[in-house]
Design a protein around this ligand. Structure first.
Ligand code: GCU
Length: 324
């Protein structure tokens, strides 16, 4: 969406987080993924479950594809109460709620089981609630797999190959430090601007999970995909407290239950879409490179050390994650 339109919408309050008629409250939900992505399918399950549980008293209107702006812009719309719900990456969210930064630490989780034990356990739940201080209450986590590098002209086989390459990252300090620590030149850019930036050579590559790589068509402009799996930043479904606080106890319960249903469903959609995306990328001629991961891990160790220096208050969370 054009920035000017976005600000005009805010200014004149044309968007409302919720439309009420006598019998139904409609929650506005915006996200930046295409409709073929497992996130959108998970959100459809949220909509279905909420309608069912509330017997039509709560409904959801979905704005996908970044129609209402980038992740950052939509988070701001939640904070002022113009949009009720969104799904963003924990990396974007960490610019608003600092505790989410920890999920972007390179090679933090041992495997998916460890990751979801953490996310669905005490650490994950307390971080979801921390967001309320910033008007952004977390509802649940969605699987966003692991992120890996993709490039247009030159294959990345070892961290040395990143030297001199402009790699698009999310607007997030941890991601910037990680790419720079491995030798690349991190270039923050909104997801919606990346296809053209890759096509025009503004950046030489990017990093993401297979379903996002394929559903955004980035594979059309990238010849190489290097599965180094440097980070496993989850996605988060969240609700603005401006909206949440107006819900009755019963309505809150329906929203939380519907979020749980959608989180379970999204994981199933996710697993299927990882395999499917890899096949699509291969069939399109993308070279899939399986590198020596430990080389990338070694180079990115300084990211955690520097993070702790800047944020010593995050050490207990990191300890709990490692102990889990
Ligand atoms: C993932 C994530 C998105 C995020 C995107 C990005 O696809 O699920 O929420 O916007 O990465 O790289 O910007």
């Amino acid at each position: 969406m054009k920035k000017s339109v976005f600000y005009i919408l805010i200014l004149f309050g044309c968007l409302q987080s919720c439309k009420e008629d006598q019998s139904t409250k409609t929650l506005y939900l915006a996200h930046n993924m295409p409709q073929t992505h497992s996130v959108h399918k998970g959100i459809l399950e949220f909509q279905k479950a909420l309608r069912l549980k509330s017997e039509g008293k709560l409904d959801v209107k979905i704005f996908p594809d970044g129609q209402l702006g980038s992740e950052r812009e939509v988070l701001e719309l939640l904070q002022i109460g113009s949009v009720a719900i969104t799904k963003v990456s924990a990396a974007t969210l960490s610019n608003f709620v600092p505790e989410y930064h920890v999920f972007g630490i390179p090679y933090l989780f041992e495997n998916k089981q460890h990751q979801f034990d953490v996310l669905e356990g005490d650490v994950g739940k307390s971080i979801l609630e921390k967001g309320s201080q910033f008007w952004l209450r977390g509802l649940c986590y969605y699987d966003a797999g692991s992120r890996s590098f993709y490039t247009s002209k030159k294959a990345i086989r070892t961290p040395e190959d990143l030297k001199g390459l402009k790699i698009r990252v999310m607007n997030n300090q941890m991601a910037i430090n990680m790419v720079n620590s491995m030798g690349g030149s991190a270039t923050p850019l909104a997801f919606g601007e990346l296809y053209t930036a890759m096509q025009q050579g503004v950046v030489d590559g990017a990093e993401n999970n297979p379903p996002s790589f394929v559903s955004s068509n980035h594979y059309e402009v990238s010849k190489y995909y290097t599965i180094d799996q440097h980070s496993s930043v989850p996605d988060v479904l969240l609700i603005g407290t401006k909206f949440w606080d107006k819900l009755s106890k019963q309505e809150k319960k329906w929203v939380l239950e519907a979020a749980e249903v959608s989180a379970k469903a999204q994981k199933v959609f996710w697993n299927a879409s990882v395999e499917e995306s890899m096949s699509i990328a291969k069939a399109a001629g993308v070279e899939i490179i399986i590198p020596e991961k430990s080389l990338f891990q070694e180079r990115s160790k300084s990211v955690l050390e520097n993070f702790i220096k800047v944020h010593p208050e995050m050490q207990p969370i990191i300890n709990s994650i490692k102990k889990q």
